[in-house]
Ligand binder design. Structure first.
Ligand SMILES: [Zn+2]
Length: 151
């Protein structure tokens, strides 16, 4: 189980562009004149004109075609079909930044953990809520015939 603080630290150290580029490679093109935005054919639905964007300043991806949206962890989850922890591990592999799965825990760190336990718990509740919303959205999309294609 990764503490949320470790996840936040990981997300602050990585660049979502490195993660997505690992999968899409040269398919990602910088949008003219805007150094914060990259565009590609969406990996989550079939399209001929790119509507998949990566905004490095905000560290998220968004597809104007199918509505796929999220941070680096969400991208890897969707692309690889991994659970949250699997995706975090994968991101550490790709970026070679190992923060979240570090096992060195000092006494002080354990103390801090106890102090943040309450916050972590509420974060988990938020995650569960997000998960439910995401499922509902997916169900809605499938019902409306705009299903995301998972390979
Ligand atoms: Zn899409």
């Amino acid at each position: 189980m990764y503490p949320k603080s470790a996840i936040d630290k990981l997300l602050s150290r990585i660049d979502i562009l490195d993660v997505i580029r690992h999968y899409l490679g040269g398919g990602l093109k910088q949008r003219g004149g805007n150094s914060h935005e990259w565009i590609a054919l969406c990996p989550f639905h079939t399209e001929k004109t790119p509507s998949f964007t990566v905004t490095t300043r905000k560290q998220f991806f968004h597809c104007f075609g199918c509505g796929a949206h999220g941070n680096a962890i969400r991208f890897v989850r969707e692309y690889e079909g991994l659970d949250f922890h699997g995706a975090v591990k994968k991101i550490e592999e790709i970026t070679k930044i190992h923060i979240a799965s570090g096992r060195t825990k000092s006494k002080r760190a354990r103390q801090r953990s106890r102090e943040t336990l309450r916050r972590i718990k509420s974060a988990h509740r938020r995650n569960a809520q997000e998960e439910r919303e995401y499922r509902n959205l997916r169900i809605k999309r499938i019902r409306s015939g705009k299903g995301i294609v998972f390979s």
